[in-house]
Design a protein around this ligand. Structure first.
Ligand code: NAD
Length: 296
């Protein structure tokens, strides 16, 4: 069993850290929020007073932070994890961040001879609690082989997507597809409504036809056809509008940086920005169907 430093104990990080404790590891955590540290302590983890203190003597360090700037700061800041690392700790960043930051941090780790993977997740808070997350992993073979056993204790599906940053690339491309397909499904159901076609009838037909996709079959944006979808609980999340906006923006930054033209992605990002800015940031992203219904 390993000593693991865990930085970032929010909605996702805390349940992930708890699964590592359940697997028998000694977990020492740090978060800027006192509340998060108390919850870790109550569940059998140890809390530290700083990132440096949490990482001291650890064989593995896991981070689950909001965005690229936090990850850069925590790893490559003057008093960061890489500057302070002793021995050969494995670094695992599970945050969803921009590809460029992921590659820059891994390059800094490599310069110091440290193995690092970017390992963003899909599956949400439920997946983090149930240890059923999907991990999309970027990094060298050696780093992936070291990380896999720990990721398996927090998730169910672990995919090596290629070199550094490719985990983030996979996450960003997947979520751009999801953001666009949710808009397509929403437009289809709103058009059906306005044509006098019942939502359940459209679902019964389209879910078995060529228009079928995950956003329709598992997460239908109108109430009724998929009882577990957020549409049936007034769009309580789920996956918030703010999170979808973050990922759509990451996809557009990545497209710019890579010279890819993603015109539909760009328009989708604008629509999610409007949705989040009009008081829906904390509601489920599928509530965007209401914005489409009201559009003139
Ligand atoms: P969160 O805001 O609940 O948690 C982030 C935590 O990081 C907070 O507790 C915050 O205090 C802490 N933090 C920030 N800066 C820090 C620092 N310098 N040192 C120590 N702690 C610091 O966010 P979350 O929902 O847990 O998401 C974390 C990451 O996972 C994000 O990148 C998000 O995009 C990604 N993600 C979230 C979900 C989801 O459904 N919530 C799903 C997939 C991926």
């Amino acid at each position: 069993m390993a000593k693991i430093g865990f930085i970032g104990l929010g909605n996702m990080g805390l349940p992930m850290a708890l699964n590592l404790i359940k697997a028998g590891h000694e977990v020492v955590g740090f978060d800027l929020s006192k509340d998060a540290l108390e919850k870790l302590g109550a569940a059998g983890g140890k809390s530290a007073a700083s990132t440096t203190a949490a990482c001291e003597g650890c064989e593995v360090i896991v981070t689950m932070l909001p965005a690229g700037q936090h990850v850069r700061g925590v790893y490559t800041g003057a008093n960061g994890i890489i500057a302070n690392a002793k021995g050969n700790p494995l670094l695992i960043d599970c945050s969803t961040i921009d590809v460029d930051s992921a590659r820059a941090v891994t390059a800094a780790a490599k310069e110091k001879g440290l193995d690092m993977v970017d390992a963003p997740v899909s599956g949400g808070v439920g997946g983090a609690q149930g240890a059923t997350l999907t991990f999309m992993v970027g990094g060298e073979d050696k780093a992936f082989a070291r990380a896999k056993p720990y990721l398996e204790q927090m998730g169910k599906t672990i995919v090596h997507a290629g070199g550094a940053g490719n985990g983030q690339a996979a996450k960003i491309c997947n979520n751009m597809i999801l953001g666009i397909s949710m808009l397509a499904v929403s437009e289809g159901f709103v058009l059906a409504e306005k044509l006098g076609l019942d939502a359940q009838k459209l679902f019964d037909i389209a879910s078995k036809s060529s228009g079928s996709c995950w956003a329709m079959v598992n997460y239908c944006p109108v109430p009724g056809p998929v009882p577990t979808s957020p549409a049936n609980r007034d769009y309580a999340p789920g996956f918030t509008g703010a999170m979808m906006l973050k990922d759509m923006k990451l996809s557009q930054d990545a497209a710019k940086s890579a010279g890819a033209k993603t015109e539909i992605g760009a328009h989708a990002a604008e629509l999610y920005e409007k949705y989040a800015d009009s008081g829906n940031a904390a509601r489920d992203f599928s509530g965007i169907v209401q914005q489409i219904r009201q559009a003139k």
